[in-house]
Ligand binder design. Structure first.
Ligand code: XMP
Length: 510
């Protein structure tokens, strides 16, 4: 299979480059700049892309790549910082630009033989840089410029080295896809051989080899990754896969039954349902601290899962839904753009679990996993569902969790989601939910004075959950949500709307 390595110099777009390459049908991996050249050689890439990055090449501590990359004998494409680093390492000169360029720019195309093949005379591109290449390295010539940047595209077709100052991976660069395709197909001569259909068959074959006649266990979380993992393993070993789905009592209204129905009836998975819905209240009912709540829930999940594993003895293999961003983020040597997730790994088993891990999604990005889910028969509504935190409704109740609070927040959450769906805005939101506060306020219902709980409605838009904007919902929609919650959820007499973005807020309240 063809392979492109993307060397990560810390750009926020590094993963986007790798994903765009895959969308074009070529497998790509992200490597840190510190990767030894021998390892890169062993990986046998057919091309290398140097990503952008926030620094200047001449700054102390700026990440560099081994100049040996230019001796691999494969085409190299530098993007933004990658272009500057290439110029710097190949004896050109880079200097701070007198005019920084940020945002849209018009690229004048001067040469269409290589990277810019098929582009018009003027093209819209997206720029974000302070430095520019002042002196070209020997062998290069300029094939594209903008008003402020003379060397916006440079090419050395003899050695197959190319550089673009703009970002071809972002949508604002209109023909960015064509530029990347030119690099992959015209220049590196690759054929698109990466697609999801062949992926399932290849992985299933690998799993069959690893597992032999053995049995596999897989914990289902209710999310897409663990389900797709199970479906691929099922393809490989059939009924020798046992899935475990734990009801921790902190799920949404109808979630457990709905999912069980899909797992068993529609997808024919061999699933053991475990009712642990009383366990959290018993173990952590009085706890208010969010991190403690998370630890207790994580611990209970592990205990429950291990108990089930024993009952279904004989499984030596454990299937897990680790995906590529998890791999990049927990790699021993990380590239500068890796973001470390802190509190989001509920349910991670201790290292000493004794199973051999089967992780068929380790190479995939989230959108590739979603595409697979559809191909493997999961419901569309399931695939497009909003993220739901592992600790579930426990972190949607500020303060201690008890049965009454759980009932309130579950009912309020259900109303929020139903109304959002009915209004046709579900797919425009990253998350929509209710939070229950440990506060009472005075109200009046009928002729009665009330003193009851407060529910917060939280609606946010986001691309990746790292930042988020509160959603300016139409007032009619907010009114419907508020009226329904107060009328239908006993114990609540006030609804407030959260107008905090992230940062400075987080998406969840805990
Ligand atoms: P925050 O609240 O940090 O959340 O802005 C960012 C995204 O992560 C989700 N989230 C979690 N997911 N376990 C999870 O599996 C957790 O403990 C957890 N906490 C937050 C949150 O819903 C949002 O999508």
């Amino acid at each position: 299979m063809n392979k492109i390595l993307v060397i990560d110099f810390g750009s926020q777009y590094t993963q986007l480059i790798a994903r765009k390459v895959r969308e074009l049908g070529v497998y790509s991996e992200i490597w840190p700049p510190t990767a030894p050249i021998e390892k890169i050689r062993e990986a046998r890439p057919q091309g290398v892309i140097l990503s952008g990055g926030p620094q200047s090449v001449y700054e102390e501590g700026a990440p560099a790549a081994s100049p040996e990359i230019f001796n691999l004998g494969v085409p190299v494409l530098g993007i933004c910082y990658g272009l500057q680093l290439m110029a710097h390492l190949l004896s050109g000169e880079v200097a701070p630009s007198t005019r920084r360029e940020y945002g849209f720019a018009s690229l004048r195309v001067l040469g269409r033989r290589g990277l810019l093949s098929g582009l018009k005379d003027m093209e819209q591109v997206w720029m974000s840089h302070g430095d520019t290449v002042e002196k070209l390295p020997p062998g290069f010539h300029v094939t594209g410029r903008t008003r402020n940047t003379r060397a916006a595209v440079i090419e050395d077709p003899k050695r197959d080295f190319y550089g673009v100052q703009f970002h071809p991976e972002v949508v604002h660069t209109k023909e960015g896809r064509k530029v990347l395709a030119n690099f992959l197909f015209r220049i590196a001569g690759l054929i698109p051989d990466w697609d999801m259909g062949s992926f399932v068959e290849r992985k299933a074959g690998e799993i069959r080899k690893t597992v032999g006649r053995g049995r596999v266990l897989c914990g289902l979380s209710g999310g897409v990754d663990s389900l797709v993992t199970a479906l691929i393993v099922q393809r490989a070993v059939g009924k020798r896969l046992t899935c475990v789905f734990v009801d921790n009592g902190l799920l949404r209204q109808g979630q457990y039954d709905g999912l069980m129905e899909m797992f068993r009836t529609k997808l024919d998975l061999n699933v053991v349902g475990v009712d642990a819905s009383e366990d959290f209240i018993t173990a952590g009912g009085g706890v208010s601290d969010p991190e403690k709540k998370r630890k207790i829930i994580g611990g209970l999940f592990i205990k429950t899962f291990q108990r089930e594993a024993k009952r279904h003895g004989g499984a030596k293999f454990l299937a897990q839904g680790t995906i590529y961003p998890d791999v990049i983020e927990s790699a021993p040597v990380q590239g500068p753009s890796a973001v470390i997730k802190s509190h989001h790994n509920v349910g991670g088993l201790p290292k000493s679990h004794g199973f051999t891990l089967v992780e068929p999604l380790r190479e995939l990005f989230k959108d590739e996993v979603r595409a697979l889910a559809a191909e493997l028969g999961a419901d569309r509504a399931f695939i497009a569902q909003h993220p739901f935190p592992g600790p579930g409704l426990a972190v949607r109740i500020v303060g201690p969790v008890d049965r009454e609070s759980l009932g309130i927040v579950r009912a309020a959450d259900d109303i929020v989601v139903r109304e959002i769906r009915a209004a046709g805005v579900y797919d425009r939101l990253w998350q929509a939910f209710a939070v229950l506060l440990p506060v009472r306020s005075v109200g009046v219902m009928g002729d009665q004075r009330t003193y009851q709980r407060v529910v917060v409605v939280r609606l946010v838009q986001s691309v990746d959950g790292m930042t988020a904007n509160w959603f300016p919902a139409p007032s009619g929609l907010l009114a419907r949500i508020s009226t329904r919650i107060v009328n239908e959820v006993a114990g609540v007499n006030r609804v407030v709307f959260d107008i905090t973005s992230k940062p400075p807020g987080t998406i969840e309240w805990e």
